[in-house]
Ligand binder design. Structure first.
Ligand SMILES: *[C@@H]1O[C@H](CO)[C@@H](O)[C@H](O)[C@H]1NC(C)=O
Length: 744
């Protein structure tokens, strides 16, 4: 404590405590709670109200139109081929474990049950012995989705498929349904990790950037909270049918004035800030929120706004002396005029009332034709329980955060023209669910694997995103519906009407896994699942294209051509294992960077000197030795920087496609080359080489790869691979030559 006091200053501590006035703070949403309510809460949650399912879905007909509203996950757009691919991989894991029976496949976030059905069907058709041993269990919390899963995979219920009430955060609950002493199997999840409720943090500092030690301390961080307001007109609409409208209305009005004062309620604050402000205000202004001396909600927002710009304004003397505060207070009074601040309890209550009136009414209420809800984010110091909860996370990431903060400190003066000494911050998203899930999974599985598939990146890349896009929040809104298109302006705009997701931090999933007894086997773009040659249990040409008999569906085109995705945050697979011997997803040299030790300022390894694992601008900056001056040089000519970043982005998208094609061609190559002795595979004669290349080309043409990618791209990649450049010009040449070397 003495240390903390020194670092912060006594007065500041008092205000930090004021921000944390615990009883009151719990009346308002942390961003995490808000997210949970918006996605899964009973009152308006996107999933729990069934809005994740398209229009027709209901309790009676849970599959409705049988597809998801917000996004098309891979197994759906690629059904049944993706399930087949995954099934073959799981069979290979099962064989590597000595074919145990029973063998459990335990899926979380099972959606409509399509992946389960496709995997089980393929098991039944192609792997008789495996199928006999297999038991599929879906842990699902939503009754609507449970029903959908039972219906989609009805042919396997109950002999092969069990749907139980559990979710990923309580995954070990599934164990009681398995009725075996030792659980052997695979924990599967697809697009689940991105759905874990996020804690939004800011690492703020003024002056020297926080070092590793500082990044382990809670005091270095502040956490986002969400404050909701409703305007009087909307409240009147909502309460118009309630018998207790008047009582309720008055209670809400009183709370709106009094509760936020609890957040500011300290003697110091009273004396120094409130009194000084009060003295400056007119009688008229002083009457606005009577009997309160000031409008506490407005003051709260004003102080928070001030702190965003000037961290040191937290010191009370400075705060009290600040004319800024008076100006901001007046702005906030005008801005919040006619609206009432709501506790989370009241917000839920009002959303329940709205839900009863139907989706149309809710949309009006959120988008404003008769008045509406408003939301603000404010940042408070970490509560003691949050501080404890994130301890292991801080330890895992402190070095990385300190490195990123240092970079931010070095580049901010040029990048966002901040004065030296002004407050700087890094926006950080933490999903504590990753650590909980791997812990629960390790209590569930004694021997086996964990396969997690999702859009995501390594922690270095995610921090780079925060560095080069300081205004980016890292949150994505997913909803295809026309009616809610106005909501897309902000993730705070339409809670419950849209899906909110995050880009997964796979480093955290892997490192938290290591702490829970899992080891990391592989991390790569999902298309690495297609490579067959290193896995004797897969069909020799295992690609989706092969299974589908050519590029016949929109889903397949998207899979190979990667339309619309950022390469660095692409769809990935992470394989972890415990209690069994390592199993390989493919050449470890094909794995993407997933470093425990941060490597912000260097290429991850020799194949990545031009890096597609980082955001485009980050890859440009990181290429240079001196990051600060490299940034500065880029910034001297903004247009040139923009052009360079756009070129890099275009290159990355193409490089990602090239890599997928190159891996496929290399897989074909190995199919022919591995038929003979290893020496000739590694160093074939010119004749052999020409013959294999000819065969690879004719397989590729038969599978219509040139047609799908265009002759130009196909020929370019094919000749580069055939040409054996030294040194390799593109990452795919480098990666694929390592792949061939290790699998010949
Ligand atoms: C608040 O709104 C009312 C009604 O629209 C208006 O008369 C009043 O001037 C506003 N007050 C402030 C401080 O903006």
């Amino acid at each position: 404590m003495p240390l903390l006091r020194q670092a912060l200053g006594f007065a500041q501590l008092a205000l930090v405590a004021a921000w944390n006035s615990k009883a009151t703070q719990e009346d308002f949403y942390t961003f995490q709670e808000f997210y949970t309510d918006a996605q899964y809460g009973p009152d308006f949650g996107y999933y729990s109200t069934g809005r994740i399912l398209h229009g027709g879905a209901s309790q009676e007909d849970p599959t409705g139109a049988a597809y998801f509203n917000s996004y098309t996950t891979q197994p759906m757009s690629l059904s049944p081929f993706f399930g087949q691919l995954l099934c073959d991989r799981v069979v290979s894991m099962w064989i590597s474990m000595g074919r145990p029976a029973p063998f459990f496949l335990m899926e979380f976030g099972g959606g409509t049950g399509m992946l389960a059905r496709d995997i089980l069907r393929h098991g039944r058709n192609a792997h008789e012995e495996f199928f006999a041993a297999a038991r599929y269990v879906i842990g699902e919390r939503s009754p609507a989705l449970q029903a959908a899963q039972r219906q989609t995979a009805a042919e396997f219920v109950p002999s092969k498929l069990l749907v139980v009430d559990a979710d990923a955060r309580s995954a070990s609950k599934v164990r009681q349904h398995l009725k075996v002493a030792v659980v052997r199997g695979v924990v599967l999840s697809n697009e689940l990790l991105d759905e874990f409720d996020p804690v939004r943090l800011r690492l703020s500092w003024a002056g020297a950037s926080p070092d590793q030690g500082r990044c382990k301390q809670c005091a270095a961080f502040r956490e986002a909270h969400v404050l909701h307001r409703i305007d009087e007109r909307a409240l009147a609409q909502l309460l118009r049918r309630s018998e207790e409208a008047q009582v309720l209305g008055e209670a809400i009005r009183w709370e709106a004035k009094s509760l936020p004062c609890g957040l500011l309620d300290t003697q110091l604050l009273q004396r120094q800030v409130v009194e000084r402000l009060s003295a400056a205000l007119s009688t008229e202004e002083l009457r606005r929120c009577s009997p309160m001396q000031l409008c506490c909600a407005a003051l709260l927002l004003a102080v928070d706004g001030l702190m965003q710009d000037d961290h040191s304004s937290l010191q009370l003397g400075k705060l009290a002396a600040s004319d800024q505060l008076l100006r901001r207070y007046r702005q906030q009074v005008a801005r919040t005029n006619g609206t009432l601040l709501l506790s989370k309890h009241r917000y839920r209550q009002l959303r329940r009332l709205a839900l009863q009136e139907g989706l149309g009414f809710e949309q009006e209420l959120l988008m404003g034709s008769f008045g509406r809800f408003y939301s603000d984010e404010v940042y408070f110091a970490l509560s003691p329980s949050r501080c404890r909860e994130l301890g292991p996370w801080r330890n895992r990431h402190a070095a990385r955060l300190a490195a990123a903060a240092k970079l931010r400190g070095a580049t901010a003066p040029v990048y966002d023209r901040r004065n030296l000494g002004s407050t700087l911050q890094l926006k950080i998203l933490v999903q504590p669910g990753h650590a909980e899930f791997v812990q629960e999974a390790s209590a569930l599985v004694d021997e086996g694997f964990m396969i997690s598939m999702d859009y995501g990146a390594d922690a270095d890349a995610l921090l780079w995103q925060a560095l080069v896009h300081p205004n980016h929040e890292g949150i994505h809104i997913m909803d295809a519906r026309e009616a809610t298109s106005q909501c897309s302006s902000s993730y705070l705009a339409c809670p419950g009407l849209q899906d909110i997701t995050m880009t997964v931090d796979f480093t955290e999933a892997a490192e938290a896994g290591e702490a829970a007894g899992w080891r990391t086997a592989a991390y790569a773009p999902i298309f690495q699942l297609e490579l067959a040659q290193e896995d004797e249990h897969l069909p020799p040409l295992a690609s989706l294209l092969e299974r589908a008999g050519g590029p016949r569906s929109v889903g397949l085109h998207a899979w190979y051509r990667h339309s619309g995705a950022d390469a660095w945050a692409s769809f990935k697979v992470l394989v972890q294992y415990r209690g069994v011997k390592r199993w390989s997803l493919g050449s470890s040299s094909l794995s993407w960077p997933l470093r425990k030790v941060p490597a912000l300022a260097e290429a991850p390894d020799e194949c990545w000197s031009n890096d597609l694992s980082k955001p485009a601008l980050a890859a440009l900056v990181a290429r240079s030795v001196d990051l600060g001056s490299s940034f500065q040089k880029l910034l001297e000519d903004l247009r040139a920087m923009q052009e360079a970043a756009e070129l890099q982005y275009a290159w990355q998208r193409q490089a990602y496609r090239d890599l997928h094609l190159a891996q496929l061609l290399a897989d074909y190559w190995l199919y022919f080359a591995r038929a003979g002795p290893r020496e000739s595979c590694l160093a074939p004669s010119a004749d052999l080489r020409a013959a294999w290349l000819q065969q690879v080309r004719s397989v590729a043409v038969a599978r219509r790869l040139p047609e799908m990618h265009g002759e130009v791209m196909f020929n370019r990649v094919f000749s580069a691979l055939a040409g054996n450049h030294t040194p390799p010009a593109e990452p795919y040449e480098c990666l694929v030559s390592q792949m061939i070397a290790s699998f010949c």
